[in-house]
Design a protein around this ligand. Structure first.
Ligand code: PNW
Length: 593
């Protein structure tokens, strides 16, 4: 692992922490050795007296809720095939559109997923890590071109690929971990892109891409459905549609921002419905599993009361685009249709850029989710920007909104990731109201660190993130009666973070990508998460909850350095805290736990 380099320059608050540390050490130096937990509590108390107050937080709204999740609550962690597997051309695996993009050198630092975490070979280690954390569920994805090299079954099946997922699933089951399988996490077979335009394939009719996705889904149900009871058809179709076929910075790099995303989304929704009905008609009775889709959405909060409609429009264009057809009535949200119709008029078009579903299609789409999969990371502040016609319209301008971030929201390493825990509670409440109180599985939530020297192993800010976000999920569950059934941490491992390559780390476990054996190291957050799972929340009176109570104030004040534009913030906090707080804390805690 990397060597420790100490920060050259200390911000004022850090001096406060240091002073606190020395103070508490000297106070304890009356000859007696303090009992670890007392020492830690005392230490934290003194130290936190020096912490500045972060204006991003509200005492009442952000208060710690004590209590536990429902008994059958699902705790899980997630990965995706291209991000962890490597073995990109082992046996007959075909190339995916992400292999193509990465091999063109389009990723930060020219990184590729060729080896990634090498989970294709090291999957038993991954399973062991989950076992060690006490996780009973694992969300992973299957690589379509690893199963069908061209994407089409008639061209041949890659038996080695089929066997790989059999081994992974068996390893999970033996270790009492339930698989939750995503059919499509962005790695479309390149041949399908070349032959049919991928999800742009003749979008207005039932076309070959729907059938091919259906064939692929059927093959997976047939081969794995005896052991897999949770299926997620698509991961974040919003990203595939907008970044893949609209802006085109993600694979397959199709740049058509006026219409590409709407066509692709249309095809994805129809492909999802197809896969759902195949399960319903051919497998459900025998296998008894569930099929859903995972949608991502940032919460949109109005900047001023006058922006309330704009914020709602933002969420409808984001989540509603997919959720409204699937979970409500087979069709796009009303506000999307009327907005796009008005734009067509303004632009002198005879038809809307938003395609229409036929009545039969609406019927077949509506209600095709046994659960509602949600990926959520962040929140934006929305302002109304209605309604200036512009020359080159795109999905972003179509919404007639402006987006920004409150100046005091702490940030993670990913440029788009602002830490706003209460956003998830609002979003969960919105889903409950809007889509008829579905069972919601949070299928991703997490926070990135930079890849930096020293490596962030005492990842206090990730601990804070999980602590605050899961507590907000518990508020949604226990106070707002939202049917949240699952919480999934993204990610089990540091991995290939798409265009950012290995420069952003989301893992509960550190992976050294310079080490040919890709050794995994647990970060402090994995210990925290283990305790969270064991306690099923924050039960009154438990040692874990006491620890969380002590951390709560720290977590709500910590990222001040970054807020003030001090770029090294995350590392300063982490390295100082490893020395003065996290290490004694972890030792103390391991003695108790
Ligand atoms: C999700 N954005 O993607 C994906 O499901 C994961 O594969 C990914 O690693 C994770 O979130 C963290 O990024 C996103 O640019 C990718 O806003 C990009 C964005 C959001 C989510």
């Amino acid at each position: 692992m990397k060597t420790t380099k100490w920060p050259q320059r200390l911000p004022i608050w850090a001096v406060g922490y240091q002073t606190g540390a020395y103070l508490s050490l000297s106070l304890a130096a009356d000859g007696s050795i303090m009992e670890p937990r007392k020492f830690f509590n005392f230490f934290l108390g003194v130290t936190l007296a020096f912490a500045p107050v972060n204006g991003a937080y509200d005492k009442e709204r952000d208060a710690l809720l004590k209590g536990t999740f429902p008994q059958d609550f699902i705790w899980s962690s997630a990965t995706a095939a291209y991000q962890i597997e490597g073995a990109w051309n082992v046996s007959d695996k075909g190339p995916s559109i992400w292999d193509t993009l990465a091999h063109q050198g389009r990723v930060n630092n020219q990184d590729t997923g060729d080896v990634a975490c090498d989970s294709y070979h090291k999957y038993p280690e991954d399973v062991a890590l989950m076992k060690q954390m006490g996780l009973k569920y694992y969300r992973f994805s299957i690589s379509w071109p690893r199963i069908f090299p061209t994407g089409e079954q008639q061209d041949g099946v890659n038996q080695d690929g089929v066997d790989y997922y059999n081994r992974l699933i068996d390893e999970l089951i033996v270790n009492d971990i339930q698989p939750m399988v995503t059919l499509f996490h962005w790695d479309l077979p390149q041949v399908l892109q070349d032959r049919y335009g991928g999800f742009l394939n003749n979008h207005t009719n039932t076309t070959v891409i729907h059938d091919l996705f259906g064939d692929y889904a059927r093959f997976l149900y047939q081969n794995y459905g005896d052991r897999v009871k949770y299926w997620i058809t698509f991961n974040e179709p919003w990203i595939t549609a907008w970044l893949g076929y609209g802006i085109g910075n993600f694979a397959p790099q199709h740049n058509e921002p006026a219409e590409g995303q709407y066509k692709a989304a249309h095809n994805i929704i129809l492909s999802h419905a197809k896969a759902y009905h195949i399960y319903d008609d051919e497998f459900r009775a025998a296998q008894g599993g569930q099929v859903g889709i995972t949608l991502n959405c940032d919460w949109g909060t109005p900047k001023t009361p006058a922006d309330a409609d704009a914020a709602l429009r933002y969420v409808q264009f984001f989540l509603g685009w997919f959720a409204h057809p699937i979970y409500k009535n087979g069709d796009y949200p009303e506000v999307m249709k009327t907005t796009m119709a008005r734009k067509a008029q303004e632009e002198g078009r005879t038809t809307s850029r938003l395609p229409e579903f036929t009545p039969e299609q609406k019927l077949s789409i509506s209600g095709t989710g046994d659960f509602f999969g949600l990926n959520h990371y962040t929140t934006v502040e929305v302002t109304d920007a209605c309604c200036t016609p512009i020359e080159n319209p795109n999905y972003d301008t179509d919404k007639d909104v402006g987006t920004g971030h409150a100046p005091d929201w702490p940030r993670a390493a990913s440029s788009w990731l602002y830490v706003v825990p209460w956003g998830i509670r609002n979003l969960l409440g919105f889903i409950k109201e809007e889509y008829g109180d579905p069972e919601i599985y949070v299928t991703e939530n997490g926070r990135s660190d930079h890849d930096q020297d020293p490596a962030i192993m005492m990842d206090m800010e990730r601990i804070c993130y999980y602590m605050m976000y899961t507590n907000e999920v518990m508020k949604a569950s226990n106070m707002d009666n939202v049917k949240v059934k699952a919480y999934t941490a993204w990610s089990l491992l540091d991995n290939f973070e798409w265009l950012s390559g290995y420069s952003e780390r989301f893992g509960l476990h550190y992976v050294d990508f310079n080490d040919p054996t890709r050794t995994r190291y647990p970060k402090a957050s994995s210990v925290f998460f283990k305790q969270l799972v064991r306690n099923n929340g924050y039960p009154e009176g438990s040692e874990f909850t006491k620890y969380v109570e002590n951390m709560w104030y720290f977590c709500h004040n910590t990222t001040e350095a970054e807020v003030n534009g001090y770029t090294g913030g995350a590392s300063q906090i982490s390295s100082l805290f490893s020395l003065f707080l996290a290490i004694p804390m972890m030792i103390a805690y391991s003695l108790i736990a």
